[in-house]
Design a protein around this ligand. Structure first.
Ligand code: HEC
Length: 134
């Protein structure tokens, strides 16, 4: 009987000692894959220049489109008619308004202006994994 309870104790002790080690392993396994660095200047500006600023340029065009995609600051500071007047790019946020407007799965109305579906993934990566770095 005595042996049994000290055996039980040993098992519990082992579990308590091993548990933190196991959860560390689990955390490592769940860590997001390391993505390449994406920056506005290198990766994103060329897309906006090519596909967006003819309508979203410094001058308000096509009636009234205030959103100006010609510089990092103008995009960061723009508050759209997005729900709850949020900025269109929230670093790290997958539901940033800009991503919703560009997401092919949700019929994002600006998706059609991208040259290549891969560009959506690139912009997603930039905002979500690289905190919309400049
Ligand atoms: C041919 C002109 C045109 C092009 C090119 C264009 N847009 Fe737009 N965009 C518009 C118009 C017009 C609106 C406003 C009307 C609307 O929301 O339906 C708009 C609205 C938006 C909005 C929402 C702004 C708000 O406050 O609601 C976002 C975000 C946006 N565009 C992003 C982009 C991106 C990113 C690109 C490039 C991939 C792009 N647009 C290319 C015409 C254009």
């Amino acid at each position: 009987m005595r042996l049994l309870s000290s055996l039980k104790f040993a098992v519990v002790l082992a579990a308590v000692l091993l548990l933190p080690a196991c959860s560390d392993v689990a955390k490592d396994a769940l860590a997001p894959p390391v993505t390449t660095d994406r920056t506005y200047t290198t990766d994103i500006k060329p897309i906006f220049d090519r596909s967006c600023i003819r309508c979203h340029g410094e001058e308000v065009q096509n009636g009234n489109i205030p959103l100006n995609f010609s510089s990092y600051e103008s995009i960061q500071n723009y508050i759209g008619d997005a729900p709850s007047n949020e900025v269109i790019i929230v670093p790290g946020l997958a539901t940033s308004f800009l991503l919703i407007k560009l997401d092919p799965q949700y019929n994002g109305i600006m998706y059609k202006y991208l040259d290549d579906p891969e560009e959506y993934n690139l912009i997603y990566d930039w905002i979500v994994s690289n905190n919309a770095a400049e």
